[in-house]
Design a protein around this ligand. Structure first.
Ligand code: F6R
Length: 581
């Protein structure tokens, strides 16, 4: 949810931390703060975004520093609730990503012992607890080691203190990576702020506490020193730059041909275990866009193999678990979505075998699941999922082939070309029809119903226009009451078994006065005559048309949001990875 970054080495920490926070803002952006240790411990923190507001943070002195960009959970976004948080003496600073569930009780006890709290956050208890232990033990590592077992919840913590030439970090159920540099070391929520300096990284495990100085990292778990593998991260710095695009989202939409190409070729039945290749039944757990990817998978697999696929919102699964058996697949691009992690834990508790599909090496889901398929989408910075979604579909479409024992079709192997072609589409008329309306409906059938859901999610998320996806046949069972000339309906109407019934649905909509924007196959002789705006996509296989129509809807949402002057990459109230239930 929040982004954290820490540095220790030969450079001034503040500029490096500030730049790192800018790259982490996709994890949360309602306030930010930096603390450094030089001659003393210095702090600067503010409500709002880091861009354009960095003057005072850049003045902080010291070669050790920590920073935080926040997505508020406990306490409104204001200066006091921004991290880092300090102890009573102002000599220890902590940043935290996660939630301390037992903070109320700890706060009550600490207040009774005379500590003064300056914020409403859960995090502040951590720094006061460390203050007490540091006061008696005089050893920052030992203090953190004593405090961490008292915390219930999830945390990635970075701790620094005046006169200490080290940073102490701890992880439980929140991501934390240590970047190994040359005479300098880093710690962060993910690799994006570190890539500029090193490609060598160690991913901490739950329960790990590490002490980091400029030349050495020592990791402990349950008091014993442990080692974690050094991984080489093959993401490049260019991947996390905008590269001439106005927004990350547009850049990432344009990276989709490559993401699909790389991913579909990387999934190989030789590397998959038997329980994935020969399932008797499958349950998919996921949230948001990943749920929509799961829905497309359900349609494709059930059609090709007749293996039942159950799809569950991960957030419901924990509290209302259905009877489950067989294979459980968790789809999560970030690998950190709390609901999806919890659902997979639940599945394991029911003795199910688990498969994770994620974009992030070393993510929590990849440690949790029995086996993991990694997508090859590269880093996705924009909050709205685009290329990670296409890469999820590459994995899932290949999985359908692997399970059904079919070869990947030539059409699918060349789908990147169709995706590339569609990027050039002119959506001027459709954007004009969407800009200025309050509601938009999206309709489709089968896998295109999932495309409709995803298109509507993209639209509402970044343009703030109310948008709903419906299975096309459902619109007349209630939502018809909302149709008017001010409610465009976007219909996905491609060749296939449901083409005729989609045409009827479109006519029904038109008869109620709503304008229809249709996405259909190029060369369609009927559709262009009955709709207001026709958007042609290449005439290929249904699976490839799922991909290309998705890209059309992503672009439509993007250009509409830009026309409305929205903050496309950082839509209000959202964060990229949702690490709370
Ligand atoms: C929408 C979007 C979200 C995520 C959802 C799950 O554009 O990005 O709906 O799909 O929060 O995230 P992951 O896939 O990281 O579990």
């Amino acid at each position: 949810m929040c982004g954290i970054v820490g540095y220790i080495g030969r450079r001034e920490a503040a500029p490096l931390i500030v730049e790192g926070l800018k790259k982490l803002e996709y994890r949360g952006y309602d306030s930010f703060g930096v603390a450094t240790v030089g001659k003393t411990l210095e702090l600067d923190k503010h409500r709002g975004r880091i861009s354009g507001n960095t003057k005072s943070a850049l003045r902080l002195k010291g070669k050790i520093g920590i920073g935080h960009t926040r997505w508020a959970t406990h306490g409104i976004p204001n200066d006091a609730n921004a991290h880092p948080h300090l102890d009573c003496s102002g000599t220890i600073a902590v940043v935290h990503n996660g939630i301390i569930e037992n903070y109320s009780e700890l706060k009550r006890q600490l207040t009774a012992r005379g500590h003064t709290f300056r914020s409403e956050t859960d995090t502040e208890v951590v720094v006061h607890l460390i203050e007490e232990e540091y006061g008696t033990k005089k050893d920052l590592l030992a203090a953190v080691q004593t405090v961490v077992p008292k915390l219930v919840g999830s945390y990635a913590l970075l701790v620094i203190a005046a006169k200490e030439e080290r940073m102490i970090v701890a992880r439980n159920a929140s991501p934390l990576v240590i970047g190994i540099g040359d005479g300098e070391n880093f710690a962060a929520s993910d690799m994006t702020p570190i890539l500029e300096y090193t490609e060598r990284a160690m991913f901490l495990e739950d329960g790990d506490i590490a002490t980091i100085n400029a030349s050495e990292v020592k990791i402990f778990n349950k008091g014993k020193q442990v080692s974690r593998p050094l991984e080489l991260i093959d993401w490049s710095l260019e991947d996390v730059k905008k590269g001439g695009f106005t927004h990350y989202m547009l850049k990432e939409i344009y990276e989709q041909p490559q993401a699909f190409y790389n991913t579909i070729r990387s999934v190989n039945s030789d590397t998959l275990p038997g329980f994935v290749l020969n399932p008797t039944s499958i349950t998919v757990v996921a949230c948001g866009s990943s749920f929509h990817a799961g829905l497309i998978f359900k349609y494709l697999l059930e059609e090709s193999c007749r293996i039942p696929v159950r799809l569950e919102f991960a957030s419901e699964f924990k509290y209302y678990p259905p009877p489950i058996e067989g294979l459980v697949i968790g789809i999560t691009q970030s690998g950190e979505t709390a609901d999806t992690l919890t659902a997979l834990k639940q599945a394991k508790a029911h003795n199910c075998r688990t498969l994770a599909i994620t974009n992030i090496l070393g993510s929590s889901v990849s440690r949790l699941a029995d086996t993991t398929i990694f997508m090859r989408a590269g880093p996705e910075i924009s909050v709205a999922a685009t290329k990670s979604f296409i890469a999820q579909l590459a994995v899932l479409m290949q999985l359908v082939n692997n399970i059904s024992g079919r070869m990947c079709s030539d059409m699918l192997l060349h789908a990147h070309q169709a995706i590339e072609e569609i990027l050039l589409i002119d959506l001027t008329d459709a954007v004009a029809a969407c800009t200025g309306v309050k509601d938009i409906f999206y309709i489709g059938r089968g896998p295109f119903y999932a495309v409709a859901l995803e298109g509507a999610l993209k639209m509402k998320e970044i343009s703030y226009i109310h948008a709903e996806g419906y299975a096309a046949g459902e619109l007349k069972h209630g939502p018809f009451a909302l149709l008017s000339p001010e409610t465009p309906v976007i219909a996905l109407c491609t060749p296939g078994e449901t083409y005729g019934v989609m045409i009827s649905n479109i006519k029904e909509v038109k008869a109620r006065g709503a304008p229809v924007i249709a996405v259909g196959s190029e060369g369609d002789s009927e559709l262009p005559d009955i709709v207001d705006i026709f958007i042609p996509i290449p005439h290929t296989s249904p699976s490839v048309q799922v991909l290309t129509s998705l890209v059309v809807l992503q672009l439509l949402a993007y250009y509409t949001a830009v026309a409305l002057g929205r903050d496309v990459d950082k839509p209000r109230n959202l964060a990229k990875s949702v690490t709370v239930e």
